[in-house]
Ligand binder design. Structure first.
Ligand SMILES: C[S@@+](CC[C@H](N)C(=O)[O-])C[C@H]1O[C@@H](n2cnc3c(N)ncnc32)[C@H](O)[C@@H]1O
Length: 277
C-alpha cells in the first residue's frame, strides 16, 4: 500500500534524525525496518502516510520524535545474559568490594526492561548469603535507558512467563520472585531495594549518574557509529573509579576505539579494567 512506502528522501531524513537523536545508525536499505516500526505510529497519530509521519518527526514534533525513537530501539534482553559476567562477579570481583567503607556502585547502562540490573542484584544477594558478606556501606545499582516504556517496566518489576523462561535459573525464581496477577511473577522487595532506574540518553552528559565501580554497557554500542562509540567509551571511563571495571556484550570490543582500558581475559569471558590515570 502506497501510504506505507518510505521514499528515499524520507528514509535519508529519518536516518539522519535518528542518528543525531540517539546514535542509532540505520545504514543502507533498512526501509523495511522503518516501515514495520513506524506503521503503528502512523496509525496512532492519524498521519496519512509514513512519509507524512516522518515529515512531522524531522520538523520537530516532540511527541512524534519520542515515539519514533521508542519504536526504533531494540529492547531484546534476558536474565543473566552471556552468563560469565555474573559468574565473575560471584567468583572474584564482588569480594574486592564487600569489606570496604564505601558503597558498591554498579551501572547497567541501556538496561532495557531490567533483567540485567536485576540479575546483578540477585547475584549480589546470593553472594551475600553464601559468603556472609556485609557490604555494610551499601549497594547501589543504577539502570538507565533512553526508552521510557522500558524504564516503566523496570520499575514495575513484573515479568510474564515468556520473559521468566529466558535465562532465569529455577533457584533464583524460587528465592527472589513472588506471584503476581495474570500468571506473572514479580521481584521481591529485597531485590528492588538495591536498584533504581533513570532516564539517560547515552549521547548526553553522564553527570547525573555519578561514579561507579563496575559498568555494564552491553549490546547497545553495536547500534552506533565508531565516532559515537569513542565518545561513549570516553565518558564511561570518566564515570569509572580508578581500577573500575567495564563489561561489554559478548560480541562487542573496544579495539581501535580507546586506550583507557586494559583487557582482562578470564575463563570464560573477559572484562575491561580502567587504566590508572
Ligand atoms: C538490546 S538492548 C540491551 C539490554 C541489555 N543491556 C542487555 O544486554 O541485555 C539495547 C537497549 O539500548 C537502549 N538504547 C538505545 N539507544 C540508546 C541511547 N542512545 N541511550 C540509552 N539507551 C539506548 C534501548 O532502548 C534498549 O533498551
Amino acid at each position: 500500500m502506497k501510504e506505507k512506502e518510505v521514499d528515499q528522501h524520507h528514509y535519508a531524513a529519518f536516518s539522519y534524525f535518528l542518528e543525531q537523536a540517539c546514535g542509532i545508525v540505520l545504514g543502507e536499505n533498512k526501509q523495511y525496518l522503518v516501515r514495520s516500526r513506524l506503521t503503528p505510529l502512523m496509525k496512532r497519530f492519524n498521519s496519512a502516510s509514513i512519509n507524512e509521519f516522518v515529515d512531522s518527526v524531522v520538523k520537530g514534533n516532540r511527541q512524534h520524535q519520542a515515539a519514533a525513537i521508542e519504536a526504533m530501539t531494540t529492547n531484546e534482553t534476558l536474565w543473566f545474559r552471556d552468563d560469565y559476567p555474573f559468574k565473575l562477579l560471584k567468583s572474584s570481583l564482588l569480594s574486592q568490594f564487600s569489606d570496604r567503607n564505601k558503597s558498591l556502585r554498579i551501572w547497567s547502562a541501556a538496561c532495557s526492561s531490567g533483567q540485567e540490573a536485576y540479575s546483578i542484584a540477585m547475584t549480589i544477594l546470593n553472594f551475600k548469603k553464601q559468603q556472609s558478606s556485609s557490604f555494610r556501606a551499601g549497594i547501589d545499582i543504577v539502570g538507565t535507558d533512553i526508552s521510557e516504556e522500558m524504564l516503566q517496566r523496570c520499575r514495575h518489576a513484573e515479568y510474564d512467563q515468556l520473559a521468566i523462561s529466558r535465562g532465569l535459573p529455577a533457584q533464583f525464581r524460587t528465592d527472589f520472585f513472588e506471584p503476581a496477577d495474570d500468571g506473572k511473577l514479580k521481584l521481591k522487595s529485597e531485590v528492588k531495594a538495591l536498584t533504581k532506574f533513570k532516564s539517560l540518553n547515552l549521547l548526553d552528559s553522564y553527570a547525573s549518574v555519578g561514579k561507579f565501580d563496575i559498568i555494564f554497557c552491553r549490546n547497545v554500542l553495536i547500534y552506533f557509529s565508531p565516532e559515537v562509540k569513542i565518545q561513549i567509551l570516553q565518558k564511561i571511563a570518566a564515570c569509572l573509579q580508578d581500577d573500575g571495571i567495564l563489561f561489554l556484550g559478548a560480541s562487542e570490543s573496544i579495539s581501535g576505539l580507546t586506550e583507557a582500558f586494559t583487557m582482562v581475559r578470564c575463563s570464560p569471558g573477559l572484562y575491561y579494567r580502567k587504566k590508572p590515570q
